[in-house]
Design a binder for this molecule. Structure first.
Ligand SMILES: Nc1ncnc2c1ncn2[C@@H]1O[C@H](COP(=O)(O)OP(=O)(O)OP(=O)(O)O)[C@@H](O)[C@H]1O
Ligand SMILES: Nc1ncnc2c1ncn2[C@@H]1O[C@H](COP(=O)(O)OP(=O)(O)OP(=O)(O)O)[C@@H](O)[C@H]1O
Ligand SMILES: [Mg+2]
Ligand SMILES: [Mg+2]
Lengths: 258, 258
């Protein structure tokens, strides 16, 4: 049955969506059947993969108890890669979930049937930039949290907070199997001292968690979503594609040790 | 009485905090008494101004009905500049506010007494990267929304959404005086075509709203918060300080027409 990886960090703009979409494609390209779940009301992963946001077509219905998740899954252009899109109404889910029993387990329930579908090996969940009920649902559905960390000072500040939430969810029993899968360093700019300082800081405090592949800052990565393409379609021979391919190999060998 | 400006955008990492802190200092330096309210549980504006996050010292108490906002205001090192800090507990406010009557007007009530204090002319509110109850409170307390827009494709996608929310709040009567004060373009990188494309796109659709000063991408701006300094303390003669000084002049002439 598929493993679930939440790609999260409450700090905004740190590469969660870019990592979800490009890692997902890299996994699929190496033969690992992968589903991307867009749990952000901004629906950036949905449009980065070339899909329109359509009311009623996405995770909002299933997570609020209307219909099944698997009927909302769509195939992408790439083999072995599927998407469960988002829509603007998902922003309302934060308020709607609040009053319900088991409000932290709604996504977990949605995904439990999916894990056996499509022959999936991996489900990646793109989280919004908060620690609200949507992100908490992702963490309660996940086997691993993958933190993306921009090589900047303000991003470093919030790292302890999200790692602390994982401990709380595990210890409270909301998700006793949740582990931190790793920290992926993004937007590494080798022209700035700041990037090296942040890299060293994370390497000192979390050496076991940090993946050794740095995703470089590359304008191709920020151009690709405007064409609805992943980096492997838009600039397959460039530094962004190379880095995400290497990161994918690292993540697979860590989560699926042979 | 002071005017209130919410600095917001649900897209993460688009320069909301960097703009709030540096615009605030620029206003103060030109003799405009300014208060910065950190309404983000990440408390980035608090640490960027050199303050520690301390439980009980911040906006969380007042916005949930405990104590007054004005007793939480602290003076910064800079003349004419004060801060109302944030703290981690503020994340709980989203859930706590949900059930109360007038839950959208809590911040407005907190700030109404403050407007007459300290001889303030301007209150800047740094918003979290969502359209949840904290950001909605900021919009309901504000005279103007200042949108910061990173010169990237994914940031452009969300612009219509936040502008739409302003219309809804105005038309529903939650805040009938709310106006969009302007769009400040941030992290403009003159080496990439993408920045020019986004600039042109916004200029075509929102010519009246867009400020003509582009904030350039500059590593000094992302280094300054690690020293708890604004750009005017850290690199006063550099391109970041020049741009924020120019933007401050534009904003003041638009909001306080002589
Ligand atoms: N390695 C990179 N090099 C250059 N640009 C990048 C890189 N990774 C991401 N970006 C760009 O930086 C911006 C932020 O990235 P992204 O949207 O993936 O972050 P996020 O954490 O998902 O944001 P949010 O918090 O809003 O969900 C986007 O415009 C994206 O295109
Ligand atoms: N003009 C700039 N040049 C270079 N770096 C910048 C610039 N403006 C902001 N940054 C850096 O980019 C990152 C994102 O900026 P910032 O944190 O201000 O955005 P934000 O919108 O407040 O993010 P969040 O959505 O998490 O609240 C930070 O690390 C910041 O230091
Ligand atoms: Mg995202
Ligand atoms: Mg911020």
């Amino acid at each position: 049955s598929a493993i679930v990886v939440a790609v999260g960090n409450q700090k905004g703009g740190v590469g969660k969506t870019t990592t979800t979409v490009n890692l997902g494609h890299a996994f699929a390209a190496s033969g690992v059947p992968t589903l991307i779940v867009d749990l952000d009301p901004q629906a950036n992963a949905t449009s980065a993969l070339g899909f329109e946001k359509k009311p009623g077509a996405g995770i909002y219905g299933p997570i609020t108890g209307n219909g099944s998740a698997s009927e909302q899954v769509q195939a992408t252009r790439s083999e072995n890669l599927w998407i469960l899109p988002s829509e603007l109404d998902l922003a309302a889910a934060e308020l709607e979930l609040g009053g319900q029993p088991d409000y932290l387990l709604k996504l977990r329930e949605c995904l439990s049937a999916l894990k056996e579908d499509y022959g999936l090996s991996l489900i990646l969940v793109d989280c919004p930039p908060t620690l609200g009920l949507l992100s908490m649902n992702a963490l309660c559905a996940a086997d691993y949290l993958l933190v993306t960390l921009q090589c900047e000072y303000l991003a470093l500040e919030g790292l302890g907070q999200i790692l602390g939430v994982v401990d709380q969810l595990r210890e409270s029993g909301a998700n006793k199997d949740l582990k931190v899968g790793g920290i992926a360093m993004t937007m590494f700019d080798n022209r700035t001292r700041l990037s090296y300082d942040v890299w060293e800081e994370v390497g000192t405090h979390y050496p076991q968690l940090m993946f050794s592949t740095a995703i470089p800052r590359s304008v191709r990565l920020s151009e690709a979503p405007s064409h609805g393409q992943t980096i492997f379609e838009y600039d397959p021979a460039g530094p962004g594609a190379r880095a995400y391919r290497n990161l994918a190999d690292e993540v697979l060998s860590r989560f699926f040790p042979q």
